[in-house]
Design a protein around this ligand. Sequence first.
Ligand SMILES: Cc1cc2nc3c(=O)[nH]c(=O)nc-3n(C[C@H](O)[C@H](O)[C@H](O)COP(=O)(O)OP(=O)(O)OC[C@H]3O[C@@H](n4cnc5c(N)ncnc54)[C@H](O)[C@@H]3O)c2cc1C
Length: 397
Amino acid sequence: MSFLLSPELSALRQRVRAFVDERVLPMERAIVDEDRAGQHVTLRSLQAQAREAGLWTPHLPVELGGLGLGPMGMAALFREMGRSPVGARVFNCDAPDQGNMDLLLQVASPEIRERWLQPLVDAEITSAFAMTEPAPGAGADPTNLRTRAVRDGDEWVIDGHKWYTTGGGQASFLILMARTSPDQRKGATMFVVDRHAEGVEHVRDYGTMGEPMLTHREAEFRFHGVRLPDSAVLGGVGEGFQLAQMRLVPARLTHCMRWLGWSARVLEMCRSYLGERQSFGKILARHQMVQLKLATNARAIHAGNLMTLHCAQMLEQGLDKQARPYSSMCKDHVANTICQVLDDAIQMHGGLGYSQDLPFADWYRHARAARIADGPDEVHRVVVARDFLLGRLDLLV
Ligand SMILES: Cc1cc2nc3c(=O)[nH]c(=O)nc-3n(C[C@H](O)[C@H](O)[C@H](O)COP(=O)(O)OP(=O)(O)OC[C@H]3O[C@@H](n4cnc5c(N)ncnc54)[C@H](O)[C@@H]3O)c2cc1C
């Protein structure tokens, strides 16, 4: 297995890194402040610059304006973009839009692609993914799905209740999962729903542990007899659970890529304080318990990189099914890594780390969601343990 990037990819990665360093990081605070005031002037300007630099939606095929990168190329670039929590949005590679674009590209009808895909690629609109429901509906266990789609003449009629539809309040369309039969494996179907269609009720955007940031705002919806044509079905009727896996395995990995870039930057940000602050007669960096934190986190980030690249390589070879337990292991590991890195960054900066003068406390509140969203830690560990017990997990790849 080679971890070397091709010269072209290496050069591209350097360009993304320079763009993030020189243009995104200095404006990071401004983008967040403007977003809180409901404005996106700086973000829009940077998006235009990213487009001009030929770095826009690099995961998409060339004919859609991307660079046709596979999962390995995405790993190289998304880690760089992820060094800022607003970075991926600048290149139009943020969740949930990036995963939704990939899904539409693969399985949407020509009508849906024409209406929704190009504006999404051009960042004229945003989208959301509506699978999770308040209890007793779909959560960690998607088979609890309660939102129903029933056939009426040549239309589908949707009734249900969703929450944690990230970015749904601002989205132009939702990819929605609904039950179309009682079958546990083939009973779910995905639909594309116009967010402003009759019967779609945006109940509220609600507060969470993290401050809302760009499209990372949580929405609750109710669907009252929403009528949809057949062309709104993604893939085929009854393929919802399979498509969810098809979307979630690569989407989970792209989360890992962004979180790894973020983790590496946070650890790097710790250097200056640790190198200057004196405590008990020496700088903090000379204290072994501080070094232990640095070494442990550096090790975790490196392991996360290797897991991500391994999994990306499997996806590149079309081994999506075999990649599943590795992607679960990787997501669990990297989600815990970003939380631990930020927790330790706060600790190593003492009161300064806990203050709003540094971004760590704010970032920690966001990062904590990583251990729940896209499946909680426990569910990923269940997948790993199950596949290991069944002899399907080769630990010496
Ligand atoms: C910030 C954020 C953004 C999100 N964005 C989206 C989105 O855009 N679209 C979407 O559809 N969903 C989204 N989600 C929802 C997310 O996928 C669910 O929260 C997650 O799947 C868990 O479901 P639940 O919240 O219903 O938890 P529950 O199913 O109620 O589980 C609660 C807890 O029980 C434990 N648990 C569950 N099953 C097991 C098990 N088998 N073994 C041991 N312990 C277990 C876990 O600790 C789990 O956290 C988002 C969540 C967050 C926090």
